[in-house]
Design a protein around this ligand. Sequence first.
Ligand code: ARG
Length: 471
Amino acid sequence: MSDKHQAASPSAAASQMWGGRFAGGPAAIMQRINASIDFDRRLYAQDIRGSKAHCRMLVRQNIILPEDGETILAGLDAVLAEIDAGNFPFRTELEDIHMNVEARLAEIVGEAAGRLHTARSRNDQVATDFRLWVRDAMDGMDAALQGLQAALIERALQHAATVMPGFTHLQAAQPVTFGHHLLAYVEMVGRDRGRLADARRRLNESPLGSAALAGTSFPIDRHSTATELGFERPMANSLDGVSDRDFALEFMAACAIAAVHLSRLAEELVIWTSAQFRFVTLSDAFTTGSSIMPQKRNPDAAELIRAKTGRVIGDLTALLVVMKGLPLAYSKDMQDDKEPTFEAADTMELAIAAMTGMVWDLTVNESVMKAAAGAGFTTATDIADWCVRALKMPFRRAHHVAGSLVKLAEDKGCGLEDLTLDEMRTVEPGLTAEALAVLTVDSSVDSRTSFGGTAPARVREAALAARARFL
Ligand code: ARG
């Protein structure tokens, strides 16, 4: 036997789980590529929960004896306690979490352990464990996103009347309020939570009892295990039960979209905290200094959120590609579902927490924002609207008038509000002192009272409504 085909270890020869047919053990490299215990150990609580439900059902259905059932349940609790306490002897040669738990159960309770796997396969076991895990991850992410919404809504209430430039093309467009801007993210996050809730509904069916792929000849009760594990119902088709991972894909798709939303706010924080903008300041708690440039206060957390979005998108892509073209039912390819899913969940947990921290932390530089809100002729639309309202002009003509006023101010090197009435009348004789009043940023935002608009009164209402809808 050449070196590279060396058996992994003497103890790995002929696995105790399928030893009947296997005389030799796996090559070391086979064990390395095959073993998932280094990552799927994260499923241990779900694995034991699923096994306990399965065991109780086997007893109820008279498939195993009550005394064996009791022994197995007590043993599973002992295994759980060992893993929780951090003194469980994980063994790579036992491949995955399912076989690690079962082998340890056999060490603790003996012969009875061998009855637990009746009417079950690792294929429906892993599908069950993973669904339970992803469901927990969805619930955790939903709570975290709700926390982010709480921060955004409170800050929006504080800044319902704080004026800033609203942008299109990153060019100052029209004045808006900072509260309004933050509430835009509250809506996005609300839809992110909606996507998780939708995906959760579809996820929430039990694959347990699908067995290897075809179901089982034992008189199992899949409805009762589904109920015990908090699922709505058993999955209708055993082949589907063991072979789809669309629930993980949907979870990661929801993560990816939520991450894209976070990346946009992160990017805005990077822009707003720059020396050129100075709209917002982050405290020492959420910035880092430079080892060479003493003036620097870098928004690293925001930059990293922006960056980590790429990972989450990559995680979704990775599993999409794993699943693409896989024939039914289970293939080992599907063991590669876990790492991307875990990474997406972990990344989202970190990114949402950091974003929530920054939203609470940030200080708004109101005077800087307000000055910027008026720069770049952002109230030009207001004067056009005034011409439409007061002079009954068609909007297209009013747009032309406002454009000429902007040109006048531009030529003079001043703002629209700095033009005198006489100067303005050279463009449109119908303009009055009332027209001047609409040129301030405050009157501009105050006037945008349409539903969903930026008027401070509307923003306050919207923030309170968001509280009721989301918190
Ligand atoms: N560790 C495996 C996985 O995560 C468990 C299922 C193994 N099933 C099998 N037929 N080899 O996919």
